[in-house]
Design a binder for this molecule. Structure first.
Ligand code: CA
Length: 645
């Protein structure tokens, strides 16, 4: 009897010792909880919001050339402590951020030696984790070949994803550059075009809520990653593809030890509010160098979106400088081929002319290099330090405001180093940086004080290139608002008021969206530098109320609020600049959207200026009533803007 009892006790203890290792910790409000385990030597984690599981048991760990840290591991404990941070950043969604989270440093041993920590941060809306890898004796460097980091979403989850391109495809073999279309409410179990998906990745866990997965804190010390679907429902971190950069460079990350990897981020919410409002890409990173000066953000114009390459000539750029000045804008972006079609001396003349008008110049550059066939010049000026710094010294000497560097080679560590080197050198010469044909920014707004924005989206150029993109413009905008633009500044280059994408405004692809839609997207899309697709003719051929709005719309915001919407259908957001709230909506559905807008952001009696596609309502001033609601209709491809006076 005693032996049997002892046997049962041992069995119980054996069972207990397996699950006793499981550790859990929660967000400051106690609602978002993470469990970490090492059952069978495999590190795993899971995430629940309240009673609802959002990430089921999913693998953790890394494979490196100093050890396989995905198995044979023992969780020795999690050191848990609260963390707080307050920071100001004018160039993101929210200018003042109070960050509060629970930090848990979960340490893992292999054969009795500490090899890795998984550092978690759990805020009220986000879970994030990264790895610390420790030196192995005298071995102080290692190569990380892959991560086990996985995301097991619950059965029935649907996906809102865009495929990662295969390498060396697309225009002049410039892919991947995060310019693919989305599938919405799709089933799990697919893997894009065979190469997974570009971040950020949005999932809908049925009626229970939403999950946004992305990464942040990626710099020249690591690779940028994507989401691969290894088997049904299990998405994993995927490293770059061998073919990127025309095969140059490794797909692995080369790191010095101890090393901290980028953060894997998981934003969770019962509605889309947490996805829209999250600041997790910026909360988890820190500034890498000080700003060399106070940078000038704001609005600008660019001729290329309407006039294409032929417009990159001296006279047209001077006309656009005059146009920017008439709009009260801060800049003009001069696109590709200026070195040939305008020349350096004449660029200096334009810069001097712009200065007299209070308009700074952004100049376009090709990032190449040896990684693709993009032929546009200037080339060979941004890929190596000596040429780059000489070019930037020239820019500084003539007072250039910023650069737009295009056509990067992918997500390998060599490219991440190039992004960082361009930003770092540009700061030395007081130059702002916009990236195009590029990867997603991953916390760069906070890391690099002269970083402005990135494309990494099917941007406005596609509206010029084809009617299909024009016809899908509103649908795509409702997607970008909820996905791409939630994690980083997006250089879309939109808000067109031309009817047609051509200089004479009479032919070419036809805009199907309304003028109020153009105003709404100027607010919906966030970037601290906006080069709008407006043209000088809009001063006389666009409605005066639209031009007046575009003159005064802010580009730096203090706050953002989700009000309503669904990716691919419609989006209603509010952004605040100082004391003014801008409530904006767009509708991509085939039926007009009839809804009651919640006006609880305003005090009763507040006077609101309304911009509406309904001619009766457009231009009217409404007073907020006790009910704090406004019945509105947004037509297909239409918009709505409500601003307190
Ligand atoms: Ca592009």
């Amino acid at each position: 009897m005693r032996k049997v009892f002892l046997g049962i006790l041992m069995l119980l203890c054996g069972w207990a010792s397996v699950s006793a290792a499981e550790k859990s910790f929660s967000s400051p409000d106690g609602k978002l909880t993470v469990w970490v385990d090492d059952a069978n030597g495999t590190p795993t984690y899971r995430v629940a919001l309240g009673e609802t599981s959002f990430i089921e048991s999913s693998p953790l760990g890394l494979k490196t050339n100093i050890g396989d840290f995905t198995q044979g591991l023992t969780l020795t404990g999690c050191e848990v402590k609260p963390v707080k941070d307050q920071y100001q950043l004018a160039t993101i969604k929210q200018s003042q951020v109070s960050y509060e989270a629970t930090e848990a440093v979960c340490s893992f041993e292999q054969q009795g030696k500490k090899v890795m920590d998984v550092v978690f941060r759990v805020s009220n809306r986000d879970v994030a984790y990264r790895y610390t890898i420790y030196p192995k004796g005298g071995t102080l460097v290692c190569v990380v070949d892959s991560e086990a980091s996985g995301f097991q979403l619950p059965a029935g989850t649907t996906t809102f994803l865009c495929p990662q391109s295969r390498p060396m495809g697309g225009f002049a073999r410039t892919a991947p550059s995060y310019e693919t279309g989305y599938s919405l409410d799709d089933q799990m179990g697919k893997n894009g075009w065979g190469e997974g998906y570009s971040f950020p990745c949005l999932f809908r866990v049925g009626e229970k809520g939403w999950v946004l997965i992305s990464e942040t804190g990626v710099d020249g010390n690591y690779v940028a990653s994507r989401l691969l679907n290894v088997k049904d429902g299990l998405y994993r971190i995927g490293f770059p593809q061998q073919g990127e950069c025309n095969g140059w460079g490794s797909t692995s990350a080369s790191v010095a030890l101890p090393c901290q990897t980028p953060w894997r981020t998981i934003t969770v919410g019962t509605t889309l509010a947490n996805v829209v409002e999250t600041t997790v890409p910026f909360d988890l990173v820190s500034q890498k160098y000080k700003a060399s000066q106070e940078y000038v953000w704001g609005k600008g114009s660019w001729s290329w979106i309407i006039g294409m390459d032929a417009s990159c000539n001296f006279d047209e750029q001077k006309r656009y400088i005059d146009f920017s000045a008439a709009m009260g804008y801060q800049s003009v972006l001069i696109d590709a081929l200026w070195d040939v079609q305008i020349g350096r001396e004449k660029i200096a003349e334009l810069a001097a002319y712009g200065k007299t008008k209070g308009v700074g110049l952004f100049l376009w550059y090709n990032s190449n290099g040896s990684w693709n066939d993009a032929p546009q010049s200037p080339k060979g000026k941004m890929d190596k330090s000596r040429e780059r710094r000489a070019e930037m010294a020239w820019m500084k000497s003539i007072g250039i405001r910023g650069i737009k560097v295009d056509f990067f080679g992918g997500d390998k560590q060599n490219m991440m180093q190039l992004y960082e080197d361009i930003l770092t050198d540009a700061n030395d010469f007081g130059i702002l940086v916009i990236f195009h044909g590029c990867t997603l920014p991953r916390g760069w707004e906070r890391m690099y004080p002269n970083y402005a924005a990135s494309e990494a989206v099917l941007a406005s150029e596609n509206l010029h290139f084809g009617q299909g993109a024009c016809d899908a413009e509103a649908r795509n905008a409702t997607i970008h608002a909820f996905i791409r633009n939630t994690v980083g500044s997006m250089d879309f280059g939109g808000s067109t008021l031309n009817k047609y994408y051509s200089a004479n405004n009479q032919r070419g692809s036809r805009r199907v969206t309304s003028d109020v839609y153009a105003l709404a997207t100027a607010v919906l899309f966030q970037s601290p530098v906006q080069h709008f697709a407006l043209a000088p003719n809009n001063l006389t051929d666009a409605p005066a109320w639209a031009i007046d709005f575009m003159k005064s719309v802010p580009t730096n915001w203090d706050e953002v609020k989700y009000i309503d919407g669904y990716p691919g259908k419609y989006a209603i957001f509010a952004r605040r600049a100082g004391n003014q709230w801008f409530i904006v909506g767009i509708n991509a559905e085939e039926q007009p959207l009839k809804t009651n807008i919640d006006l609880s952001l305003f005090e009763k009696g507040t006077e609101l200026q309304v911009y509406s596609d309904d001619a009766q309502l457009n231009g009217s001033v409404k007073t907020v009533k006790a009910k704090k609601q406004m019945a509105v209709t947004i037509p297909t491809n239409g918009g709505l803007v409500i601003v307190n006076k």
